[in-house]
Design a protein around this ligand. Structure first.
Ligand code: SF4
Length: 362
């Protein structure tokens, strides 16, 4: 597709990729190589180098408003995050009765694809059919997610191809690119603009923290004095915390690894859950420990990758999704408002009950 002159080929890279792809080139775990990764993809010939973190900021906008709306209108609680396709597939097979708790937000990968093939193609005067969207993901489950029949809200498949971190590294090596000695380069605008909140999506607890940064300011109208929510950070399999939002005590839980998620789902099924908001990531450590990441991995390596993700967050000039200027423009020019009609059409989804018994067909 890159060498097809009729195709405009864009690539998006997930937050966890930049914190790990350097390991494929002999760099130590924890090396943050955002600029070199962008430079390598540009040399491979992609027409635009965009960032899934733009999609992550958009996910936070929609999800934080969904959380606030469910609390204000006494909707179904807890609300559970929906951006990990490994987790979604698990709940579809084993806990279909719990769909009503899931956020309806698509993952950042899929929000990105739907926006790239509508808003962005419109901006550059191209047809969605002319565009080919490639994702680079820490995740093998993202390949399945991109092929789900409902992920065609642009009118055609929103994301065309998904490469894992290891596959992208192999492609860079095969092209003879000297990754380690590349200069740092920047993502393209506007779909490459993102905040620190989007960066931390790659670590367990990151989606929760990013959503709280936005939900707090949406609910209170006040600026957070300290934007780090340390209580939801860290590598424990199940974290629980109370967060005060304008006098309302919000009970939150963060799980990574499906055995930990199962504990929270069993509580919900028994009517014993005390939480308002739950984050679940299928992989240990969150996407940093995803199935498409460099191998081998262990707790120490995942910890180092997490440190570099939080370093990237701290280095960002803007660290809250609702302050991303490209997201503000997207709502002003195209979507109008979070949870609006267009957002519902392009950015939200539904779930499918599947057999408990595994089959490649479901
Ligand atoms: S936690 Fe694992 S399955 Fe879920 S999105 Fe991240 S890498 Fe994929």
């Amino acid at each position: 597709m890159i060498s097809n002159p009729k195709k405009f080929v864009v690539v998006q890279t997930a937050p966890a990729v930049r914190a790990a792809i350097g390991e494929e080139f002999g760099m130590p775990p924890g090396s943050l190589v955002t600029g070199k990764m962008v430079a390598a993809l540009r040399r491979l010939g992609f027409d635009k180098i965009f960032d899934t973190q733009f999609g992550a900021d958009l996910t936070i906008m929609e999800e934080a408003y969904e959380l606030v709306e469910r609390i204000k209108n006494k909707g179904t609680l807890p609300i559970i995050t929906s951006c990990s396709p490994g987790w979604i597939k698990y709940i579809e097979h084993f806990f279909p009765g719990c769909f009503k708790y899931l956020s309806t937000c698509k993952s950042p990968q899929q929000m990105f694809g739907a926006i790239a093939k509508t808003y962005y193609t419109n901006k550059i005067n191209r047809k969605p059919e002319d565009m080919y969207v490639v994702s680079i993901m820490p995740c093998t489950a993202k390949k399945f997610e991109a092929k789900r029949p409902e992920m065609k809200d642009s009118g055609i498949q929103d994301v065309d191809a998904v490469l894992t971190t290891r596959e992208a590294a192999r492609m860079i090596k095969e092209a003879g690119i000297d990754f380690i000695n590349l200069p740092d380069e920047e993502f393209d605008e506007p779909l490459g603009i993102s905040t620190g909140a989007a960066t931390i999506f790659g670590a367990t607890g990151g989606v929760m923290e990013a959503a709280l940064r936005t939900a707090y300011e949406v609910v209170t109208g006040k600026t957070l004095e300290k934007i780090e929510f340390d209580e939801v950070r860290g590598i424990e399999g199940l974290k629980k915390a109370n967060v005060i939002l304008n006098g309302l005590e919000l009970k939150v839980a963060v799980a990574h690894g499906l055995s930990n998620a199962k504990i929270l789902l069993e509580e919900i099924k028994k009517g014993e859950s005390v939480y308002h908001f739950i984050e679940v990531m299928a992989c240990p450590g969150g996407c940093l420990g995803g199935g498409g990441q460099p191998m081998p991995t262990n707790l120490e390596i995942r910890r180092k990758r997490a440190t570099s993700i939080y370093r990237e967050d701290e280095s960002k000039f803007i660290r809250k999704s609702h302050e991303n200027p490209a997201i503000i423009t997207l709502y002003n020019e195209f979507l109008s408002k979070p949870l609006g009609k267009k957002s519902h059409h392009l950015l939200h989804t539904h779930y499918t009950k599947r057999s408990r018994y595994y089959s490649t067909l479901n």
